[in-house]
Design a protein around this ligand. Structure first.
Ligand code: 4NP
Length: 154
């Protein structure tokens, strides 16, 4: 099973979600059986580490995301990954538009796919404060825990 988390820049929400997913999967019976990666729709931050506020927030919860590096979504990701999980509704629309029509069913909202809340997005914290990063962590951590439950029952 291969999961790709997608947001706009790949420096805030999707690396935080990647970190939370890796953390909870590693501590579960699924350890070693699920590959997790993240990517951005935009190209601006290619090669950059996560935003320092995202790194600090994840570290508070025991997750080190400092070695992740941003990359842009690639056409071959639609073949390679089983699920492409988007942070918010705008990301979902953009990625579905980029998807080959026969693979567009792999593109879902992270919070909906994991069973946290249908239609819900993870708000962009980029222009916000530390409390916005805390909110992102709460959401992606809930999604990661729920994803382990979903994948464990499949
Ligand atoms: P992310 O946040 O999509 O959660 O990584 C953003 C990061 C950078 C930009 C926008 C959102 N930006 O416009 O550069």
């Amino acid at each position: 099973m291969r999961l790709l988390v997608i947001c706009l820049g790949n420096i805030c929400r999707s690396p935080m979600a990647e970190g939370a997913l890796r953390h909870h999967l590693a501590a579960s019976p699924l350890a070693g059986r699920v590959e997790v990666d993240s990517a951005g729709i935009g190209h601006w931050h290619i090669g950059a580490p996560p935003d320092h506020r995202a790194i600090a927030c994840a570290r508070k919860y025991g997750v080190d995301i400092s070695r992740l590096r941003a990359r842009q979504l690639r056409p071959e990701d639609f073949d390679r990954f089983d699920w492409l999980l988007c942070a918010d509704g705008q990301n979902l629309r953009d990625v579905r538009r980029l998807a080959p029509p026969e693979l567009a069913h792999k593109v879902e909202l992270l919070l909906e796919w994991s069973g946290v809340e249908a239609g819900a997005g993870v708000p962009d914290p980029y222009t916000g404060g530390p409390e916005h990063f805390e909110q992102v962590w709460r959401l992606v951590d809930s999604a990661a825990r729920a994803a382990v439950r979903r994948l464990s029952s499949e």
